[in-house]
Design a protein around this ligand. Structure first.
Ligand SMILES: *Cc1c(COP(=O)(O)O)cnc(C)c1O
Length: 431
């Protein structure tokens, strides 16, 4: 590493004593790129400042929630105002109705939504509901898709695990995943075979309609339509995990872009605008199975709390008022135009894969894969070198070759020019 970060190193040393691995979420630990994780003390717009006073252009944006950038004045104001009136009641509050109405109005097929506090919780609850509604046990997921860290979904699950080269997690009994079937993405025949064998037992097929947790793996429209058709034919539910794509690609998430309506959808990240919020929703006939009306239990002490709701509402309001989704698409397109020529000159294979304001620097030899292919050790090492070369120039990329970059409304054309120039310099230095 070219620069030292004494304060971050001190903090990390303290952290490692009292927090396992020094972090509260594994991919933050820089294990895939080496070095000491940076501790951040300030975020403004598209920039973050570390404990040593260095400022970076942020392409992580907290892994997606910060679609307006850091400390957007409207969000800060809404959160501060809400705090002054009490942070949680353990009873209904007006703001949760407001956020629920926005989700219902925005997302195709959703009549009711339940608010929770994380994406993991949203998915876990949606799966329980799908099982209750269908009276079936099996869940189908796809290799490379991440759906949070609930036991039965922690199989072949995206970057955090790909990064550590583990197929699954310790502490998950085989019996817990015995009802989970894992298929490769982009393979209609595999789906057809599984449904032919076990279709009557399948409660739900869950997929990230834009898989974004093993790099970015945009799927073919026909493939996703096939999933819609086969689940419908067999009485299984199709669950779109839109924790990343929901309210990022469009108000109606990937579903709106694809014109495919799932039975249930899950949300997180953007919907909380940087506060802990998740949600899952669907038609009333399914959602009615939830307690207290129905027999499927689901609950949360801090669910729908007014502070988290205020952050989510303010975020969605700014997106709507400022033509946010169109601007994010334009920004993503501009990033593509600026970065593509730089990547073409690179001394090794590196390709841009983009969907809206999400993009991935794919180090695969053959360009953009549609399945969760493993990167070669050489590619992983190259990414680590690139990561540190970018860091030295004040650019904070996600610290793993399997992670996508996030843009926000705070990123400007000038920021993207800066990013392209830094990438040109970094690649030249690695030649
Ligand atoms: C981040 C993510 C989750 C988990 O959300 P948490 O808030 O981290 O629990 C679930 N699904 C997808 C697609 C995600 O990207």
């Amino acid at each position: 590493m070219s620069h030292s970060h004494p304060r971050s190193e001190q903090l990390y040393e303290r952290a490692a004593r009292v927090i396992p691995g020094g972090v509260n979420s594994p991919v933050r630990a820089f294990r895939a790129v080496g070095g000491t994780p940076l501790f951040f003390v300030d975020g403004r717009g598209a920039y973050v400042t570390d404990a040593d006073g260095r400022t970076y252009l942020d392409l992580v944006c907290s892994w997606g929630p910060l679609i307006l950038g850091h400390a957007h004045p409207a969000v800060v104001e809404a959160v501060v105002r809400a705090c002054g009136h009490g942070t949680t009641f353990g009873a209904p509050c007006p703001a949760e109705v407001d956020l629920a109405e926005r989700v219902v109005a925005s997302y195709p097929g959703i009549e009711q939504v339940r608010l929770v506090s994380s994406g993991t919780e949203a998915v876990m609850s949606a799966i329980r509901l799908a099982r209750a509604f269908t009276g079936r046990d099996l869940i189908v997921k796809f290799s490379g898709c991440y759906h949070g860290h609930a036991d039965h979904l922690l199989v072949a699950a995206g970057s955090g695990l790909a990064t550590f080269g583990r197929p699954s997690s310790a502490g998950v009994p085989e019996a817990f995943t015995a009802c989970t079937r894992v298929l490769p993405l982009d393979d209609e025949a595999a789906v057809g075979d599984l449904f032919a064998r076990e279709g009557e037992r399948i409660a739900a097929v869950i997929i990230e309609p834009l898989p974004a947790n093993h790099g970015l793996l945009p799927q073919r429209q026909e493939y996703l339509e096939r999933l819609r058709a086969v689940t419908r034919r067999h009485g299984a539910l199709l669950v779109f995990d839109e924790v990343i794509s929901g309210f990022r690609l469009s108000p109606g998430g990937a579903a709106e872009r694809l014109g495919i309506v799932p039975d249930l959808a899950t949300f997180g990240k953007v919907i909380g605008g940087g506060m802990p919020v998740g949600a899952f929703g669907g038609p009333r006939r399914i959602m009615a199975r939830l307690a207290p009306d129905g027999d499927t239990y689901q609950a949360g002490t801090l669910s729908g709390n007014p502070v988290a709701m205020a952050s989510g509402i303010a975020t969605l309001e700014v997106l709507a008022a400022e033509n946010g989704w169109e601007r994010l698409e334009a920004l993503g397109a501009q990033a593509g135009r600026l970065l593509q020529p730089v990547l073409r000159e690179a001394p090794f294979p590196i390709h841009l894969v983009r969907a809206g304001s999400l993009f991935w620097l794919s180090m695969h030899e053959g360009g953009a894969p549609r399945t969760a292919a493993t990167l070669s050790q050489q590619a992983v090492d190259r990414f680590a070198a690139l990561f540190h070369a970018m860091l030295a120039q004040g650019i904070y990329l996600p610290p793993s070759a399997y992670e996508a970059c996030f843009l926000s409304l705070a990123h400007t054309a000038a920021d993207l020019e800066r990013l392209a120039q830094a990438l040109r310099n970094a690649l030249a230095s690695l030649r």
